[in-house]
Design a protein around this ligand. Sequence first.
Ligand code: C2E
Ligand code: CA
Ligand code: CA
Ligand code: CA
Length: 261
Amino acid sequence: MDDPSHLVNEHTIKQALKSNEFRLYYQPKVDLTTGKITGAEALIRWEHPEYGLMPPGQFIPEAESSGLIIPIGDWVLKTACYQVREWREKGLFPIIMSVNLSVRQFYQPDLIDRVRDILEETGIDPGCLEMEITESMMMDIDVANEVLRELKAMGVQISLDDFGKGYSSLHYLKNLPIDKIKIDQSFIQNCTQDNNDATLVKTMIVMAHQLNFEVVAEGVEQKGHVAFLQRNLCNEAQGFLFSKPVPAQEFVRKMHIVDRV
Ligand code: C2E
Ligand code: CA
Ligand code: CA
Ligand code: CA
């Protein structure tokens, strides 16, 4: 059963939420100077009783169009924050937890209240929470700016995902209250072979740093990528070289492996 699309509709997604079939997997972010894991990106999966583990690409679009992304997004945020708390209570490690926001969620009038409630309920340090947003959310730049400023005022960090894939220039982004950019994996893939990609990555890093943004590279799959990124002073990296996204327990085991870069 390769194409699960017939299993995915508004009704089945609603049912899955009720039956608690969604899971969060965590992928580490690694500091390129220390080699330490400094963060985790929470990525949703659907543990479908018939299909098995379904990746987000198979059901997030339907969740978006049906509006169910709102309760799902809420569940993601809550689950990720409770995970941070659990790890903190166990005295494990301080990490920054990144959560992906969808466009619908971002423009939901009560987003700020929901985030505040969840932070309060879980009691975690807001600085441990990071929201990953994309350029496509900036369509109403004034509203976007307002939402981002309110999140920042709470102490939440903001990261701009899939950077370079869209059309906006850094010039346009320089006034947004964001902390980090994540260079899209399509640029990283060939950065050690393709001169144009290498130039683009280097330029993005330099410009981002000049605007005081940190830089995360995503889709890091090879040691050569790491060497290239270190030479060019990229701050953090994420990708299959370090780990694919894994369940919480496995993530904890990975934290103890040293010498990553
Ligand atoms: P994204 O936010 O850009 O997440 C990165 C995707 O790249 C993930 O796919 C991850 O598994 C994959 N990846 C990580 N390292 C590598 C690598 O080294 N090589 C390659 N080829 N791929 C790598 P995933 O988990 O299938 O997620 C796909 C997209 O679904 C995400 O893209 C994000 O846009 C969306 N998504 C995932 N979880 C959520 C969620 O909780 N809420 C919302 N709204 N969207 C989500
Ligand atoms: Ca992301
Ligand atoms: Ca991305
Ligand atoms: Ca994305």
